[in-house]
Design a binder for this molecule. Structure first.
Ligand code: F6R
Length: 614
C-alpha cells in the first residue's frame, strides 16, 4: 500500500524516481507525487497514475535536482486528490515527507499542533506527522534525524517514512514500522524504495530496514542505522540482491498478469529445484530438516493468510491431512489476530504470503509468537517482513509478482505445501513407499502438465468473449478443488468487477441454486478423480435450471462433455495435484474476460498488491 522512491546522489533524481514509481504502482495507484530540490523545491502531485504526474513536468528545468522523493498512493486518510497526494511539506516549507502506512493517533497530535498555530492543507495523517517532526526540531533545536526519532516515539501506527530538509539537501532520513523500506547503496549515491525494483539496474547492494529502525543517509558517508526507541546505533547488514531487470519487465506480454500466468511452469520448476530429488526419492527442505522433531510432534498446523494466500492454505489443509495425517486449520490472519486464538504446545503456525508484508498476517505472527507457537513461513519475497519474523520457512521462488491479481504466487505456494506434506508423510510413514514414489514422480510432471494446460488459451479466449457481459458467476468444486473454485471466483471479481462466488459444489443446494437461471455462468471443476459422480449430479442440477456450464475436465472426458456448454480439458494427474492444473484455466478465463471488458487488468480499481495496512 503506497510506493515510495527516493534518491540522493550525483545523477538527476527525476528519471530514477518516475521509473521507480512506475515499478511500484502495483502498491497503489490513486494518486502520485514527486518533490525535487535544486536551489528551490519543485513539488508536483496528481490524482491518477504516475504517467499523469510525469506529464506535469513539462520542461527540462523542472526535472533538475540531485535529491528527490516520490510516492504512489493507495488512499487511507482523505480521498485520492491532488491535495492529499504525497509528498507533503511542513508549515515552514522546509521539510518534505512521503509516507506509507497509517498514523492512528494523528487526530490528537493534529489538535495539539493546531493549538500551537500549525495549519493543514490536506486531510492526511502524513501532513500531521511532518509538522510534528518540524515542531520537535524547532522546540529542541536539533537536527532532522534526532527530531524524527523523538517524533516517532509519540506516534501510534504503522509507517515507512522518508524525509528531507531542503535546508540540508545532502541528507535523507527514513524510518520503518510495519511497512517496508529498502536502501540501494551505490557509489556516492543512495536509492530508497518500498522494494528493490526501482534501483535494480543501478546497484545490487541493498539494506532492508527492520521494524523500529531508522536510517540517516548522507552523500559520501556510510549509512547510519539507529533504533527508533532508544536511538542506539545498529550495525548495518548489506546484502546482495538476486533480482534481475528482466524479471520485472513484461517481456513482450500485454500485461504482467498474463506473463505471470505463463511463467508458472518455469517458476514451479524453480520452487522444486534442488528440493524435489526424484532420482534419490528425496525431498530436501532445510527448514523442515532443521526442525524435524517439531513437525513430527505437531498436533496441529494452523495456516494463516489473506485472499489468494488463504486459498492456498485451504489446498494445504487437504494436502497435509490427506498425506501427512496432521490436522490443519486455516484462518484469515485478520480474524486470527483479534480473537485470542487457542494455541497449544506442539502447534505449528504457517503464515502464507506472497509479499511477506501483509499487515494482518504480520500481526497474527506476532501474536502467535507471544503464545510460543513455532512459526514456519511460506513466502515469495526474500528478506521481507514475514519470513524475518518467523522461526523458519520455505521460499516459493516465484520471482517478482507485479500483476495485482495473484497467479504464480498461488501455484508455487501450493507446490511448497505439497512438498512439505509429502516429506512429512514419508517421515511419519503415513503413505507407503510406493505411494510416496508415485506422488514424488508426479510432482515432477506438474510443470509440463501446466504447459499443456496453457495450450487451451485460444479456446478460453472464446469462452471469455461469450461471457464477458455476465453480471454474476458461480464457481463450484469439491475436495481439493473447492479452494480452486474460491480462487477462480476471486480472480474474476477482482479484475473484471463481475460478481462471482465460489462454493463447495454440494453447498449449491443450500442456497446459491436460487441464483441459477439461463443468464448464470457456472464454472464447475469436474475432474475425473475425487467425487466425480457427485459433481456430475451437481452439473445435472445446474442444467435443469438452464444455467450455463463451463466445466474443467480431465483430458478425454466424455460424460461431462455431453452435459456442459463448454469444457476445458486439463491433463490427468493425481487428485491431490489437480489444483495446480485446474487453477490455470480459471486464471486465463478471468484475464480474458477482464481484457474484453476493457478493465485495467494489472491494476484493478481500489486494490493494491501489498496490503500493509489492516
Ligand atoms: C488476490 C490477491 C490478494 C492477496 C492478499 C494476500 O489476487 O492478490 O488477495 O493474495 O492480499 O497477499 P500476500 O500473499 O502478499 O500476503
Amino acid at each position: 500500500m503506497c510506493g515510495i522512491v527516493g534518491y540522493i546522489g550525483h545523477r538527476d533524481a527525476f528519471p530514477i524516481i518516475i521509473n521507480g514509481l512506475k515499478r511500484l504502482e502495483y502498491r497503489g495507484y490513486d494518486s502520485a507525487g514527486l518533490a525535487l530540490y535544486n536551489d528551490k523545491l519543485i513539488l508536483k502531485k496528481s490524482k491518477g497514475k504516475v504517467k499523469d504526474l510525469e506529464q506535469l513536468f513539462d520542461n527540462q528545468a523542472q526535472k533538475k535536482g540531485l535529491i528527490g522523493l516520490g510516492h504512489t498512493r493507495w488512499a487511507t486518510h482523505g480521498e485520492p486528490n491532488d491535495i492529499n497526494a504525497h509528498p507533503h511539506v511542513s508549515n515552514s516549507g522546509n521539510l518534505v515527507i512521503v509516507h506509507n502506512g497509517i498514523i492512528e493517533n494523528y487526530d490528537s497530535i493534529k489538535q495539539t499542533l493546531l493549538q500551537r498555530g500549525y495549519r493543514f492543507k490536506s486531510d492526511t495523517d502524513t501532513e500531521v506527522l511532518i509538522n510534528l517532526i518540524e515542531d520537535v526540531m524547532n522546540n529542541e533545536q536539533i537536527g532532522l534525524g534526532k527530531a524524527v526519532q523523538i517524533a516517532l516515539n509519540q506516534v501510534v501506527g504503522a509507517y515507512a517514512i522518508v524525509v528531507f530538509d531542503r535546508k540540508n539537501p545532502e541528507q535523507i532520513v527514513m524510518a520503518r514500522l510495519g511497512s517496508p523500506l529498502a536502501i540501494g547503496i551505490g557509489k556516492d549515491e543512495y536509492f530508497i524504495a518500498s522494494d528493490a525494483t526501482p534501483f535494480i539496474e543501478f546497484t545490487k547492494n541493498a539494506l532492508y530496514l527492520e521494524d523500529e529502525q531508522m536510517a540517516i543517509i548522507q552523500k559520501g558517508k556510510d549509512p547510519q542505522i539507529r533504533n527508533i526507541k532508544d536511538d542506539k546505533l545498529v550495525v548495518p547488514y548489506i546484502q546482495e540482491l538476486q533480482l534481475s531487470l528482466d524479471q520485472i519487465e513484461k517481456g513482450g506480454y500485454e500485461h504482467f498478469m498474463l506473463k505471470e500466468i505463463y511463467e508458472q511452469p518455469g517458476v514451479i520448476r524453480d520452487t522444486m529445484r534442488g528440493r524435489v530429488l526424484a532420482d534419490q526419492n528425496l525431498i530436501k527442505l532445510s527448514g523442515i530438516d532443521n526442525h524435524l522433531s517439531k513437525f513430527l510432534n505437531a498436533k496441529r498446523i494452523i495456516m494463516i493468510g489473506a485472499g489468494t494466500s488463504w486459498h492456498a492454505g485451504l489446498v494445504g489443509e487437504y494436502l497435509f491431512e490427506e498425506l501427512a495425517r496432521v490436522p490443519v486449520e486455516v484462518e484469515y490472519s485478520s480474524e486470527f489476530r483479534y480473537r485470542n486464538p487457542i494455541i497449544n504446545e506442539n502447534d505449528i503456525v504457517i503464515p502464507v504470503s506472497q509479499s511477506g508484508e501483509t499487515a494482518d498476517t504480520l500481526a497474527a505472527i506476532k501474536l502467535a509468537k507471544q503464545k510460543n507457537a513455532f512459526i514456519y513461513a511460506i513466502c515469495n519475497v526474500v528478506g521481507s517482513s514475514i519470513p524475518r519474523e518467523s522461526h523458519s520457512g520455505t521460499y516459493t521462488h516465484a520471482g517478482p509478482e507485479i500483476g495485482v491479481a495473484s497467479t504464480k504466487a498461488f501455484t508455487t505456494q501450493v507446490m511448497v505445501m505439497a512438498m512439505m506434506a509429502l516429506k512429512l508423510a514419508k517421515e511419519k510413514g503415513t503413505v507407503s513407499i510406493s505411494e510416496y514414489n508415485m506422488y514424488l514422480s508426479e510432482l515432477e510432471n506438474i510443470p509440463n502438465k501446466i504447459e499443456k494446460t496453457l495450450e487451451s488459451d485460444l479456446y478460453i479466449q472464446q469462452i471469455a468473449h461469450h461471457y464477458k457481459d455476465a453480471a454474476n458467476a458461480l464457481y463450484l468444486g469439491r475436495g481439493f478443488n473447492f479452494p480452486v473454485a474460491l480462487e477462480g471466483a476471486l480472480k474474476l471479481k477482482e479484475i473484471s468487477y463481475i460478481h462471482a462466488e465460489g462454493y463447495p459444489a454440494a453447498e449449491m443446494k443450500h442456497g446459491p441454486i436460487a441464483l441459477i437461471d439461463e443468464n448464470m455462468p457456472v464454472v464447475v471443476i469436474a475432474t475425473k478423480k475425487g467425487q466425480y459422480e457427485k459433481i456430475i449430479s451437481n452439473i445435472q442440477e445446474i442444467k435443469s435450471r438452464k444455467g450455463k456450464i463451463i466445466a474443467i475436465v480431465t483430458e478425454g472426458d466424455q460424460q461431462v462433455k455431453a452435459l456442459a456448454d463448454h469444457v476445458i480439458e486439463i491433463p490427468e494427474t493425481l487428485e491431490a495435484f489437480t489444483p495446480f492444473l485446474a487453477t490455470v484455466p480459471l486464471q486465463l478465463l478471468s484475464y480474458y474476460i477482464a481484457v474484453y471488458r476493457g478493465c485495467n487488468v494489472d491494476q484493478p480499481r481500489n486494490l493494491a498488491k501489498s496490503v500493509t495496512v489492516e
